[in-house]
Design a protein around this ligand. Structure first.
Ligand code: PHE
Length: 446
């Protein structure tokens, strides 16, 4: 068993594990990406496809990852090596690569959130004029070095938390801040839904137009499910590896999935009604949240306070996710290469920072440099979220369903301690539904 004595650390409590895994799941994916993806892809139809994927494939993949992690007590590369070996550890390497790629642009966007803490505190965002807010975001994100400074600051924070180690760094941060973030979002949703004209947005978000369903959109919903639930790259394998033997894995899986989905859903309830109330463009893309939210704050009493608090919480939510991305890379170097935690965190963080620079520049100086029709940030997102994560998902479900099934079932029930009534359904999804559906959606999206 992984104990503090073997140097890998362990969770302080079960609630600690659920919180930390939720900390990984809840982040920019929920608050920044989900609303603009829903906005770009027709609202309610996207929401429904997304929910369907989360509660069939997503939740099953998450359980697979927790099972692999706890059964092996290793980080991803070591986990596959220990449980089966052969070519399987390659899956772990893909995860390390995905972590590196995703974190590089993730940190850039998180840097925007950090910047908006200061901008709102200084009162620079106090207007609900869409054009002014759009200009503000455009000027900032296209600036040659300002966003890079914030990206650097955010990476430095991530490295610091990873160095502090698993229990003290992550668990403690999640305990208070996640519930607080949730409360603030609910308050914002109330404000947003009571704006004049908000009902148009609510209709867009909840009243499906199924003519909007396309292969592209289903592919987007799948990638978003993997991204938001932190699946397909081993983050949840790593977290599961720190979990004690007797804890109830299926319940933890359900709780993390529900919480993550609730946060994304409510973020949509905040953004989309406001988008329509202020006549913003729902398909504005990555800037959407940064343009829409300040307008909502401007319409609130004590809006500046709300704004600062919100962007602080968003930064922290992003931090607890970024930590899990970096942790996959770092734990590989620590567990497999015998490197020191501190050294590997600094080196991996530094390289990720460098890879993030072109993403940051892609909104400004390098706007016109596209690869395969995508700017650099979108390209990183695409390679990470649309390709690597779903591929990882196929691999972990095949691994659990066909390679280590008896062991996996033992683990999923904590050796019989926690009966799992849906085990048959889970096995069926792992063996057939998930690999086939993910593969099919992947190909359809290409
Ligand atoms: N789930 C995180 C979010 O929604 C991002 C993430 C993806 C974290 C993959 C870890 C692994 O922001």
């Amino acid at each position: 068993m992984a104990t503090a004595a073997d140097g890998r650390g362990n969770w302080g409590s079960r609630a600690g594990f659920v919180l930390a895994a939720s900390g990984s799941a809840v982040g920019l994916g929920n608050i920044w990406k989900f609303p603009y993806m829903a906005g770009e892809n027709g609202g309610a139809a996207f929401l429904i496809v997304y929910l369907a994927i989360v509660f069939t494939i997503g939740i099953s993949v998450m359980l697979c990852e927790f099972v692999i992690g706890r059964a092996s007590e290793r980080s991803p590369v070591g986990a596959f090596a220990k449980l089966r070996g052969g070519a399987w550890p390659i899956v772990g390497f893909l995860g390390v690569a995905a972590g590196f790629i995703i974190l590089s642009f993730y940190s850039v966007v998180a840097g925007w959130a950090v910047a908006y803490v200061f901008k709102s505190a200084l009162g620079l965002l106090q207007t609900s004029d869409p054009a002014a807010l759009g200009r503000l975001f455009g000027d900032f994100s296209s600036h040659p070095w300002e966003p890079i400074l914030y990206h650097a600051a955010f990476m430095a924070m991530t490295v610091a938390v990873v160095i502090a180690g698993i229990e003290h760094g992550i668990e403690r941060a999640c305990k208070i801040l996640l519930p607080l973030l949730f409360l603030i979002l609910v308050a914002l949703a109330v404000r947003s839904l009571t704006l004049p004209g908000a009902m148009e947005g609510l209709k867009f978000y909840l009243y499906p137009d199924f003519s909007k369903v396309s292969a592209q959109m289903v592919n987007g919903a799948l990638s978003q499910a993997f991204f938001s639930l932190s699946l397909g790259m081993g983050a949840m394998i790593t977290y599961g590896s720190y979990l004690a033997r007797h804890e109830n894995l299926t319940r933890a899986t359900l709780m993390v999935t529900l919480f993550d989905t609730a946060v994304a859903f409510i973020a949509g309830l905040v953004i989309l009604p406001a988008v329509f109330a202020f006549s913003f463009d729902p398909s504005a893309g990555p800037g959407l949240v940064f343009i829409t939210l300040p307008a909502v704050f401007a319409k609130m009493p004590a809006g500046v306070v709300f704004a600062v608090l919100f962007f602080v919480l968003l930064t922290i939510a992003a931090l607890t996710s970024a930590v899990s991305l970096l942790e996959v890379v770092v734990s590989y170097f620590v567990d497999q290469r015998g490197m020191r935690r501190k050294r590997s965190a600094v080196v991996a963080g530094g390289l990720t920072f460098l890879l993030g620079i072109p993403s940051s520049l892609s909104l400004g100086l390098w706007k016109d440099h596209t690869i395969a029709g995508k700017d650099f940030l979108s390209l990183m997102d695409y390679v990470g979220s649309n390709l690597l994560l779903p591929l990882g998902g196929i691999a972990v479900t095949l691994f659990v369903g066909w390679v280590i099934l008896p062991r996996a079932l033992e683990e999923a029930t904590s050796r019989g301690a926690h009966p799992f009534s849906l085990a048959r359904g889970w096995v069926f999804i792992c063996r057939w539904v998930a690999p086939v559906a993910i593969g099919w959606i992947l190909i359809g999206g290409l």
